[in-house]
Design a protein around this ligand. Structure first.
Ligand code: XIL
Length: 478
């Protein structure tokens, strides 16, 4: 299978600014149906259905479309993950050396956050869409500029990104299985691992991915990448995931799923990162095949399509996406939704055998969402332990879900900030680590769940504070 479309031959799209309309779209919170009904259910949107299977379903977006109401209504209704089609690339974020521009990328992140969506970051280093100043560099000057770019950009978006494409398209097409020649490659073969290490230092909460195309089956190129990932894992180079762009034509490799699985077996997550499929009689079937393949691989954490409607696609007249320009759903959409609804969740939100409540040691009272409100921003307190839903915190990975929402602090919140609930988005600010001394720390800031002022009365507020291990910071399942 050969990918149909490819980047370097296509003209760059114009990026224009548009005013972000204030959209108060409520995304169906993932896992809600499981929590409340306990039965299998059928999601009615891509994002909700994927979430029920423990996955995301995302779209690449351009801020220049944010003023298009048809586009925005499909986007906000259907997807629970976003990636910037161009706005986080090197030419966009560092147009002059050392001078960074995050405006458009930030708009995408804040739109995602306001709508309960997670964000993929794309892409820190790539041979294409480099700013002119970087194209003219070589040797250690380029290496230093590239690593600085990784550090600066990953630091800026720290805590906001579910997974970064740290390096994009570094392998050559064809039968050799080797690296692509590029100015970055000519700085030395270790440029990729240097980039991954810099990204990990800058944003320890983000999953770090290698991303490429023409890797949609077992072939020389995907095997070259496979060998690199195996080598990275054996040497402790920080890599967490591999992205399969999957710009597909009118057929799909018979070993598409097997290829995903062999990467997963190396101990990395896999994701479908830029899916689009040439129109025609096979389009819906290929979309369904990709969806089923991801759902069959427990470490396949989500799928992203490279655009919303056919007329938003970089693939011109291929009509390669899931929606018509009018916003109407295509047959391919129905095929994807049916495949999602038929899938399974490899990591279901299961009740904890020792109980789903979190009892605070100092007070003997339980973590409680104030007023049993399930609204975004509802805050937590301690209260007498009872059996209502607002004290039931189930674990889904590192997320703590309650009433279909996730326990969180606002991004990068300071010590003293109240702990609240919000639509689950997968960000590090919604991830919690259970420490062996009984404290529970936030994966983004490292600060601990803490009853303010070591109070013990009903209604005392729960905040994050630097971890000291006192009894007002210790919690047990009950
Ligand atoms: C494409 C965008 O869709 C276009 O708007 C832009 O002009 C060129 O880049 N592989 C990738 C993506 O990793 O970043 C590319 O996106 C498509 C191919």
């Amino acid at each position: 299978m050969r990918d149909i479309a490819h980047s370097s031959s296509l003209p760059r799209r114009r990026r224009t600014k548009a005013i972000l309309p204030l959209l108060l779209a409520a995304l169906v919170a993932g896992g809600m149906a499981l929590v409340f009904t306990g039965t299998a259910s059928a999601g009615t949107t891509l994002g909700a259905s994927a979430a029920e299977k423990g996955r995301y379903y995302g779209a690449a977006v351009g801020t220049y479309k944010f003023g298009d109401s048809t586009y925005m209504s499909v986007l906000n209704r259907e997807f629970n993950s976003l990636v910037a089609e161009n706005e986080m690339k090197w030419d966009a974020t560092e147009p002059q050396r050392g001078s960074f521009n995050y405006g458009a990328g930030d708009r995408i992140v804040s739109h995602a956050r306001a709508n309960g969506m997670s964000v993929r970051g794309h892409a820190l280093l790539w041979h294409a869409q480099q700013p002119g100043w970087a194209q003219g560099l070589s040797g250690s000057d380029l290496r230093n500029a590239a690593i600085n770019h990784v550090t600066q950009v990953a630091t800026h978006f720290r805590g906001q990104i579910y997974a970064w494409d740290v390096v994009n398209e570094a392998f050559a097409d064809g039968g050799g299985g080797g690296r692509r020649d590029s100015n970055l490659q000519r700085t030395g073969n270790d440029w990729i691992e240097a980039a991954f290490r810099a990204a990990r230092n800058a944003d320890p909460g983000a999953k770090l991915c290698y991303n490429d195309y023409n890797t949609d089956g077992v072939n020389a190129k995907s095997t070259g990448i496979y060998n690199m990932v195996r080598d990275f894992k054996s040497r402790g180079v920080p890599i967490d995931c591999v992205g399969f762009q999957s710009h597909l034509g009118t057929s799909i490799a018979g070993d598409y799923q097997a290829n995903l699985q062999r990467f997963a077996d190396l101990g990395v997550d896999v994701q479908i990162t830029e899916l689009d499929v040439t129109q025609g009689g096979n389009q819906a079937n290929i979309y369904a095949t990709v969806t089923r393949a991801c759902l069959a691989v427990s470490r396949c954490t989500g799928i992203t399509v490279w655009g919303v409607r056919d007329c938003d696609s970089w693939r011109g007249s291929d009509n390669a996406l899931l929606f018509e320009c009018s916003g109407n759903k295509k047959a391919a959409y129905n095929a994807v939704l049916d495949a999602l609804n038929a899938g399974t969740n490899p990591n279901p939100t299961t009740p904890n055998p020792s109980g789903n409540r979190l009892r605070n040691e100092a007070s003997g009272r339980c973590l409680d969402v104030n007023g049993a409100s399930s609204a975004n921003g509802a805050q937590t307190i301690i209260w007498d332990c009872h059996s209502n839903a607002n004290q039931q915190f189930t674990q889904n990975g590192r997320a703590l879900q309650v009433m279909g929402k996730c326990l969180e602090i606002p991004a990068n919140a300071a010590a003293g900030t109240r702990v609240q609930i919000w639509d689950c988005g997968g960000g590090a600010n919604q991830q919690w680590v259970f420490n062996s001394n009984g404290t529970i720390s936030n994966a983004q800031t490292g600060q601990c769940l803490d009853v303010n002022g070591a109070a013990t009365a009903n209604g005392s507020t729960v905040i994050v504070w630097s971890c000291h291990g006192g009894t007002n910071q210790r919690w047990a399942r009950a």
